[in-house]
Design a protein around this ligand. Structure first.
Ligand code: AMP
Length: 200
């Protein structure tokens, strides 16, 4: 199954994608993680993206579309994947649909984790406090404000895009982690029962 975990920064997408990967075996494809690895490895791509990411802006669509297509063609994605932090713009969503169509696949389900802005800001503050000063470069209250603004401007319109495709399901992302995990499992099971998913 090909699943998008969708939500604003700090909504718990990565946490839930990792749990799903462990339980269901679908690999978590996080463009944020891939870009951070490129920065850590000192590649040209990493150098090009670092300052953009530090500001909380989006890296160009063609860059993330390129890295996600390359990653999706690896053998472990044959049974599907969990897209985490991708797509983030309408052109990315269209490119993803096109890429999957060319491989006779599709996005089966989009799960939105809904979290209020105030809770997101509190979560990032906690993450910074717990990190002992070695937080992600873009994990500051100021950058979060920008990442949220970028989310509402560029990414939130995707909710309508996937709603129109009949693929969007919203889950309360403010519940405790285990409850969110349970709600996601139910959504996946229900979608499977309805027979609308190419589970595999
Ligand atoms: P994340 O770990 O998903 O919060 O991503 C961290 C940062 O990486 C974002 O703030 C962007 O600068 C960049 N990034 C990750 N995924 C994308 C994407 N799909 N499109 C554009 N930029 C991205």
């Amino acid at each position: 199954m090909n699943l998008v975990i969708f939500g604003p920064p700090g909504s718990g997408k990565g946490t839930q994608a990792k749990i799903l990967q462990e339980k269901r075996g679908w690999p978590q494809l996080s463009t944020g993680d891939m870009l951070r690895s490129a920065i850590a490895a000192g590649t040209d791509l990493g150098r090009k993206c670092k300052s953009i990411m530090d500001k909380g802006e989006l890296v160009p669509d063609d860059v993330v579309i390129g890295i996600i297509s390359e990653r999706y063609d690896q053998a472990d994605c044959a049974g599907g994947a969990i897209f985490d932090g991708f797509p983030r713009t309408i052109p990315q969503a269209r490119a993803l649909d096109q890429m999957l169509k060319l491989r006779s696949k599709q996005i089966d389900l989009v799960i939105e984790l809904k979290v209020d802005d105030k809770v997101l800001i509190d979560r990032v503050r906690t993450r910074i406090a717990q990190s002992g000063g070695v937080a992600r470069a873009d994990d500051t209250p100021e950058t979060l404000q920008n990442r949220l603004a970028v989310y509402y401007q560029n990414t939130a319109p995707l909710l309508e895009y996937y709603k129109r495709q009949g693929k969007l399901v919203t889950v309360d992302g403010m519940a405790p982690i285990e409850e969110v995990t349970k709600a996601i499992a139910e959504v996946i099971a229900n979608a499977g029962h309805k027979g609308c998913l190419g589970l595999g």
